[in-house]
Design a protein around this ligand. Structure first.
Ligand code: F6R
Length: 366
């Protein structure tokens, strides 16, 4: 049932190219460059007239929500708030029938997310679910929604569900932005052309599995890790840190890279591996100086770089190559090596990666 893989987690990491294709199947048309989510078509009025979106979720799904915020704000110019469902439900949030709440949940059973939905609906908000488990409680309690269609996720650490969620959020933002005429046809076509290539680009990253396993052995005995990214890569840094924490039990934190100088850089020394998402996008020059600051304090850098990067490859201790894509689509690729890094470190430490201590696959209690 693990399809020849030693763990479900590794199997599910490797399934991601196929899962993203499944998620886009029947929704993204490569020839006509159309993105159609049936739920969006059925509820266009609600979605296009939203005064704001509020994304509610927990854990990894919350990280996908942070990326969704950037996508929706960039393409649709509608303000988006991202809330931990557990906080939202208990703080009497300002919410009305002009708001659209997007609930993201792999299992569709997370108690706090369900309660957040009930609260939002009681205040008249339209609720859109992004779930994986078909027929689960959240899809049954939302006004509309889209399944991510990535198949059952067995490993407790969420992997393919995250990239599936980000894929749906990308399609949602694209189709709404295009409807609102905020994305012109050329840009829209270009993004779709790039989106359909993502599965093949993930395959390029998966080919580096052996070298990621090797560098994981170097860093297995670290007690702390930092993960840094900016822009679209900041939520990826949070997600990379969460993966490492939950399966290897190593303390890790994700930070927006520029926040380092406001405190966390005090932690950096020779013992501190720092994972930096350093692809060549609008933030590239800024990331280089962030890396220099860490090197000046003898930190050890594992950098995610585009092929042929000659600058960062000289500064970093280890590099993982990321095929080029549009900045807004990078999280779909950059997340994958961070999943592999966490996986291999946990395996090196002899941990049970599919069933980490203290964790359950769906959190149906508060
Ligand atoms: C992390 C992880 C958890 C879940 C969170 C929400 O790998 O699995 O953080 O993402 O418990 O679960 P869902 O998405 O089922 O609501």
């Amino acid at each position: 049932e693990k399809g020849g893989y030693p763990h479900f987690m590794l199997k599910e990491i490797f399934e991601q190219p196929e899962c993203i294709n499944d998620c886009m199947r029947g929704r993204v048309n490569k020839e006509t460059h159309e993105v159609i989510l049936s739920a969006v078509n059925d509820h266009k009025e609600h979605l296009l007239n939203a005064r704001r979106f509020i994304i509610v979720a927990c854990g990894t799904s919350w990280h996908a929500g942070l990326i969704g915020k950037q996508l929706i704000e960039a393409f649709c110019r509608i303000p988006v708030e991202v809330e931990y469902a557990s906080e939202f439900r208990y703080r009497n949030p300002v919410i009305s029938n002009e708001d659209v709440v997007i609930a993201i949940s792999q299992s569709g059973e997370t108690a706090d997310t369900l309660a957040a939905i009930e609260l939002a609906r009681s205040k008249g908000a339209f609720v859109y679910g992004i779930c994986n488990a078909v027929g689960s409680s959240i899809p049954r309690n939302t006004d509309s929604g889209s399944y991510i269609h990535v198949g059952p996720e067995i490993g407790v650490a969420s992997t393919k569900a995250f990239t599936g969620q980000v894929t749906v959020l990308t399609m949602l933002a694209l189709t709404l932005g295009h409807e609102k005429k905020l994305i012109n046809d050329t840009t829209y076509t270009h993004i779709i052309d790039e989106l359909v290539q993502i599965p093949d680009k993930i395959k390029e990253v998966l080919k580096q599995n052996e070298s990621i396993a090797r560098l994981s052995r170097i860093f297995t005995y670290a007690h702390n890790f930092l993960y840094l990214g900016r822009g679209y890569s900041y939520p990826v840094a949070l997600e990379g840190a969460l993966k490492l924490k939950e399966i290897s039990y190593i303390h890790a934190e994700g930070y927006p890279a520029a926040e380092m100088k406001h405190g966390p850089i005090a932690l950096v020394d020779t013992e501190m591996p720092v994972v930096v998402i350093a692809t060549q996008n609008a933030m590239y020059e800024k990331i280089i100086s962030n890396i220099q600051e860490i090197k000046a304090r003898q930190g050890r850098i594992i950098a995610l770089v585009n092929p042929h990067d000659t600058v960062i490859s000289k500064l970093a201790d280890e590099c993982i190559e990321i095929p080029e894509t549009l900045e807004c689509l990078e999280p779909l690729i950059t997340t994958v090596p961070l999943q592999l890094l966490a996986y291999h470190i946990a395996v090196c430490k002899g941990k049970d990666v599919d069933q980490p201590r203290n964790l359950a696959k769906s959190v149906t209690v508060e």
